[in-house]
Design a protein around this ligand. Structure first.
Ligand code: GDP
Ligand code: MG
Length: 445
């Protein structure tokens, strides 16, 4: 799905400085990717313009100071970070709160949106959240056009143990007013109005919703939008906001394939905050909106910030730098060799990390650390003396015999290890500033 961003990143790979041409080239891929993610055309245009402005001249190799020392950021990382930050900024500021009703007034929450967007389900989910906060909730079945809609809400109410208000034959605006009065009388903390939707924007429905709003003055009017509706989201959201002045919106069905670009479009055209994300049909599948996660999802790869944090946790950058310097100058002992393997093994999902941190160089497609190879190597290095580890050249045939015996390996194994180590040390010297270190480690294939 995320070819565009991968392609864009690859165009920046290995560069230390970025020209406007390269940025434009990468941005072309990003434009395609965002359109694929259902971000509207206008928003994509503005986004690309902003990233371009920031990226040109700024996307260079930098070192970022972290608590653990210095972290090198490549132009590629830098560019992705700018895209990520810009996306986050577009989705912010974050406001996932619901406005509370004033003293003695139950908090009104009115669900609006097209048919099938997830209003009824989300009404249940919000009721569930409020219950967990110890609130007394009432649900109102104000979708009177489809009999099944009332039953659907009643089932949810029963499961939650929440009363569902409904008056057959009464118009939705009147019914909602009665419901509000009943809730106030019963000292409920919140009333959730589940309204009707249509397949498309429709003046009659809008008028009905306006009348409900006028009758109950809900503190929160929440537009529920299906993440799958893609580009149509903008038109729908604009119209709902124009007629009802929504307070925020909820994007549903993000457990599916949709990358959620619609959120960006809706936020951009209405200026209203994203409150929640629907992540499944079950009542507990409602998440408070957090921009980081959605930005990564729209970009089409794992959370970059999270990855950087993982990396910092496992590697003390300063040590790693010093080690790299030592290795590249050819001053590389067998101990360094083992430490390098150990360090990389600790870092977890390698594919991801390698992709993220090109300092490790290109790795073969099916790259894997062979545990038994490592165990063998460690056993042999362990049975050497400190002097031997630091100066493997000094190891005589006699010592090879002893090391092999100590490690339970053959003399040939030990000689192979030394051969590999020597070969690698030679390669390291040559590699110099183009570190492809790990790809060339023996025992690593
Ligand atoms: P309404 O017409 O707006 O009230 O929509 P409903 O609440 O009846 O939801 C329509 C369909 O979408 C139902 O089958 C729901 O189970 C489903 N649905 C709602 N929210 C989500 C969600 O976050 N994820 C998934 N996978 N399905 C959802
Ligand atoms: Mg419904």
């Amino acid at each position: 799905v995320s070819k565009g961003f991968k392609a864009a990143r690859n165009k920046l790979k290995g560069r230390t400085e970025i020209t406007p041409e390269v940025v434009d080239d990468a941005l072309r891929d990003i434009r395609v990717s965002l359109l694929e993610a259902d971000v509207s055309f206008d928003v994509v245009k503005r986004f690309v313009a902003r990233v371009r402005e920031k990226a040109i001249g700024e996307v260079v190799e930098t070192k970022v100071k972290t608590e653990k020392g210095q972290l090198r950021v490549t132009p590629q990382d830098h560019f992705v970070k700018i895209c990520h930050d810009e996306l986050e900024a577009l989705m912010g500021p974050v406001d996932t709160s619901l406005r509370q009703g004033e003293r003695g007034r139950p908090t009104g929450i009115m669900m609006v949106g097209l048919q099938g967007s997830g209003k009824t389900t989300t009404a249940g989910k919000i009721a569930n959240r409020l219950l967990k906060d110890g609130k007394q909730v009432m649900l109102v079945a104000a979708d009177v056009y489809r009999p099944a809609a009332v039953d659907q809400l009643k089932v949810l109410g029963e499961r939650l143990g929440v009363p569902v208000f409904h008056e057959p034959g009464v118009s939705p605006p009147d019914m909602c007013r009665h419901a509000f009065e009943a809730a106030q009388r019963d000292h409920r903390n919140a009333v959730i109005y589940d309204t009707a939707g249509r397949l498309a924007i429709d003046d009659e429905l809008m008028t009905e919703l306006e009348n409900i709003k006028a009758n109950v003055a809900p503190e929160n009017i929440l537009l529920v939008a299906d993440a799958m509706i893609g580009q149509d989201a903008v038109k729908t959201a604009t119209e709902f906001d124009r007629r009802l002045a929504i307070d925020g919106f909820i994007l549903t069905k993000l457990d599916g394939d949709a990358r959620g670009g619609a959120a960006l479009s809706i936020k951009e055209v209405t200026g209203k905050p994203i409150k929640f994300l629907g992540m499944g049909e079950a009542l507990d599948r409602l998440e408070e909106f957090r921009p980081e996660g959605l930005a990564s999802r729209i970009l089409g790869f794992g959370d970059i910030v999270g990855l950087v944090k993982d990396f910092e946790q496992h590697v003390d950058e300063e040590t790693a730098e010093a080690e790299a310097q030592k290795i590249l100058s050819g001053d590389f002992t067998l101990e360094d060799f083992v430490n390098q393997i150990r360090m990389v093994r600790k870092m977890g999902p390698l594919g991801e990390l390698m992709e993220k941190f090109p300092m490790f160089g290109e790795l073969p497609e099916n790259f894997q650390f062979d545990d038994s190879a490592l165990t063998r190597i460690v056993a042999m290095v362990d049975s050497m003396t400190q002097a031997e580890r630091l100066r493997p050249d000094s190891i005589t045939d006699q010592r090879v015999k002893r090391i092999a015996k100590g490690a339970g390996r053959t003399e040939k194994d030990v000689r192979d290890l030394l051969k590999q180590y020597n070969a690698m040390r030679g390669v390291m010297k040559q590699v110099g500033s183009a570190p492809g270190l790990l790809a060339r480690l023996p025992g690593v294939k």
